[in-house]
Every structure is written in structure tokens, then in C-alpha cells.
Design a binder for this molecule. Structure first.
Ligand code: ATP
Length: 370
């Protein structure tokens, strides 16, 4: 059992019907979520959806207008920020420029009056954990951006918080370094067993590092699930569209005999066939969502395809390892199909205006009600 599927598991953090208003404006809207020990929980959503506000309430910089937040079963409201077993790492890192790496990491421990020997051991442990031993005596300006990021992480983990909040922790790094650092972050999270809550604008980053991703919209969590579930079985058009690339077809679903639905969608187009985890009534409005990589492109209609539509190549995006084809159907709809460039591109590729078939199985996409 993953803890979120286990009714016996005790959450580390519980948001219970939390609302946060700034004047008339509702930033967090009756939000409830449990986050478990050792989770790496990512908050994802468009600008202004309330991610930072959730973090600031956990850190103690904001108080809920309504509802409660529990940490290990205790209401955190009366606990001042510096007394919470919670730490926050900011995108700017906020390192002290005049202190060495060692002193930066030791700073919070000194303030907490940790005995000298324990402090020394703890700082050394943090230096080892973040592979910074050889930089211990340098100042922040004498190390690289990636190393500074690790100092900030070491410093925020030094007091062994139960919960570490990371606001765009890798935002200052370039793409390649950022990808390497994601794995390092996962490794450190696993080694320390600390619960991490991360805010990021980068959905790939959230999908890479997180045990669960929460997709937010206007102060609510619309879906919180493993990255694979969020991607494979989004619960709404909003989530399907927010994560990755997707084709959305609007239509009406009607149950066939057995497991499948018939989807009537456009004048002159054959109905589609799809399975669904949720029931639809006869003629119910639906959206069919399918990822481009689940759509096969071919020059002939595949004989056994459950779904096949005809069109012509409108645009091609060559991405190295794969290509995305934008195909225009007879009714003007553009559908995207993605195929892996496992062979030399010239062997199997299509070009502009080529007539092609797009096909997919009955289980390749999801039927959504909204
Ligand atoms: P971004 O990705 O841009 O950082 P976010 O999802 O983190 O956005 P928040 O910073 O949580 O969003 O803000 C949510 C909403 O609440 C925004 O519309 C913001 O303008 C508003 N808000 C946040 N803090 C305050 C405040 N102190 N006073 C008034 N409005 C606020």
C-alpha cells in the first residue's frame, strides 16, 4: 500500500477545509489534503492558483482564514514559525555572503544552542550528504550555482525538520544542471526520510521528483495522484491539458453492449470507440482525451484498429528522439501523433501534405465528463 491508499496510515500534514482570503479575494478555497511521512509532494498549477500561499501557511507566515492545518495530528496555528518542525528553502537560497559554507550550515544549529561536538558532527554529516566537504571553507561567491543550491539544502536540513518546503528550489539553475540536481534532490530526500513539499512551475520536474503531484486551480486541488496516474488517468480536461500534450475531442458518449462506448463527435466522421472507468449515460456530453504518443501514424488504414481517422500532415516537429506530427482531418480538426525516431528518420517519416491514417486502441485514451 502506498500511504495515501492505506486507511491506517497517519498523515504528517492534514489540511482540513482550509480557506485563505486576502480581503475579498479567496486564494485557497476549502482545501483538504493529507500529506504523508517521507512523501515528496509537488504542488503544480498556473500562476496565482495558491501554491505559495499553501507553503506560507505551512511555514507559519500566513494563518488560514477558516479550517485547520495539522502537523502530526496537532493544530499548528498556535505554534510560531521558528518552533515548527518545518523549514523552508527559498529560491534565492538566502545564504550569508560573509560566512563560509560550514558556517552557513551551522548557523541555525548555533542559534538553537546545539552542543559544540554535536554541532560539528551534524554539519559534517550535512556536508557529506550534499557532497560539499571540499568546499566547507569557501564563501558562497567562491562556489558554483549548483553548489550554492546544495549549501542552501544542507542548511535547511541541518535541524532535521519533519517537513521541508522547497519553493522553486532549482529555478536558478540551467536546464542540464537542473535535471542532474533533480536526481540528487530525490536521493537526499530518500536518505534523510524528510517529507518534502515542492512548488515548481516545471511540470517535468514535478513528474520526475514527486511521489505525488497535486494539480491546483483557483485555490483548490483538482487532482492529487502519482505522476503516472495524473498523466495516464487525468480526472478532468483541465488536468489532462495542464500536464503534457494531449488531443481533446468533444462528443457524445453512448454505451455499447459490453465494455465500450461509442463516441459521436463530428459530422462525416466515423464514431470512435473507447472504454471508460466511469459510466456515461446515452448521449452524454463528453471529452475524449488521448496523448499524442498513443496515436499511431501510418500510410494505410490498419486492418484491426478500433479507431482510425484519415487526414493529411499539416506540420512536423522533429525533436530528435521523437517527432510530433500535426495532422489535419477532413473536418479541420488538428490531431497530434508522436512517434519515436528509433531508426534513421528518412526511413519511416512523413512529410507535409502526405495523406495518413491515425489510429489507436479502445483503451488508449480517457473519457472525461467535463
Ligand atoms: P506563482 O506561481 O505566480 O508564484 P502561486 O500559485 O504561488 O503563484 P500565490 O502566491 O499563492 O500563487 O497567490 C495566490 C493568489 O493570492 C494570487 O492571486 C495572489 O495575488 C494572491 N495573494 C497572495 N498573497 C497575497 C497577499 N498578501 N495579499 C493579497 N493577495 C495575495
Amino acid at each position: 500500500f502506498a500511504p495515501w491508499d492505506d486507511p491506517q496510515a497517519k498523515p504528517l500534514i492534514q489540511f482540513r477545509n482550509v480557506t485563505k482570503r486576502f480581503g475579498q479575494f479567496t486564494a485557497i478555497d476549502d482545501l483538504s489534503i493529507d500529506i504523508f511521512e517521507r512523501e515528496f509532494f509537488a504542488l503544480l498549477g498556473p500562476s496565482g492558483c495558491g501554491k505559495t500561499t499553501m507553503m506560507r501557511m505551512l511555514a507559519g507566515f500566513e494563518t488560514p482564514t477558516e479550517g485547520v492545518i495539522l502537523l502530526s495530528g496537532q493544530d499548528i496555528d498556535p505554534i510560531p514559525p521558528n518552533k515548527r518542525a518545518v523549514n523552508m528553502m527559498f529560491q534565492s537560497y538566502a545564504l550569508f555572503p560573509h560566512l563560509s559554507v560550514w558556517e552557513n550550515i551551522a548557523f541555525g544549529l548555533k542559534r538553537a544552542k546545539m552542543p559544540k561536538q554535536d554541532l560539528k558532527e551534524r554539519v559534517e554529516e550535512m556536508l557529506r550528504l550534499t557532497r560539499l566537504e571540499q568546499f566547507a571553507h569557501r564563501k558562497p561567491h567562491q562556489i558554483s550555482g549548483g553548489q550554492r543550491q546544495r549549501v542552501a539544502l544542507a542548511r535547511s536540513l541541518a535541524k532535521a525538520p519533519k517537513l521541508l518546503l522547497l519553493d522553486e528550489p532549482l529555478g536558478a539553475l540551467d536546464k542540464k544542471l537542473r535535471q542532474d540536481t533533480q536526481f540528487e534532490l530525490m536521493d537526499i530526500q530518500e536518505k534523510t526520510g524528510t517529507t518534502f513539499v515542492i512548488v515548481t512551475h516545471d511540470q517535468e520536474e514535478a513528474m520526475t521528483v514527486a511521489s505525488r503531484v497535486a494539480v491546483m486551480d483557483h485555490g483548490r486541488i483538482v487532482q492529487a495522484d502519482t505522476p503516472a496516474k495524473i498523466y495516464e488517468t487525468p480526472n478532468s480536461v483541465y488536468v489532462a491539458d495542464f500536464i503534457g500534450d494531449v488531443n481533446i475531442i468533444e462528443g457524445r458518449a453512448t454505451p455499447n453492449d459490453g465494455e465500450t462506448y461509442r463516441i459521436d463527435w463530428a459530422e462525416g466522421q466515423e464514431p470512435l470507440t473507447a472504454t471508460s472507468a466511469h459510466p456515461f449515460e446515452k448521449g452524454q456530453a463528453c471529452h475524449f482525451a488521448i496523448r499524442p504518443e498513443k496515436v499511431t501514424i501510418s500510410s494505410e488504414r490498419p486492418a484491426d484498429a478500433a479507431n482510425a481517422v484519415q487526414g493529411k500532415v499539416h506540420d512536423i516537429a522533429y525533436l530528435g528522439n521523437l517527432s510530433t506530427y500535426h495532422v489535419e482531418l477532413a473536418n479541420g480538426t488538428i490531431m497530434k501523433a508522436q512517434s519515436a525516431n528509433t531508426r534513421r528518420i528518412s526511413r519511416r517519416s512523413y512529410t507535409w501534405e502526405d495523406p495518413v491514417w491515425l489510429s489507436w486502441t479502445a483503451t488508449a485514451g480517457v473519457l472525461l465528463a467535463d
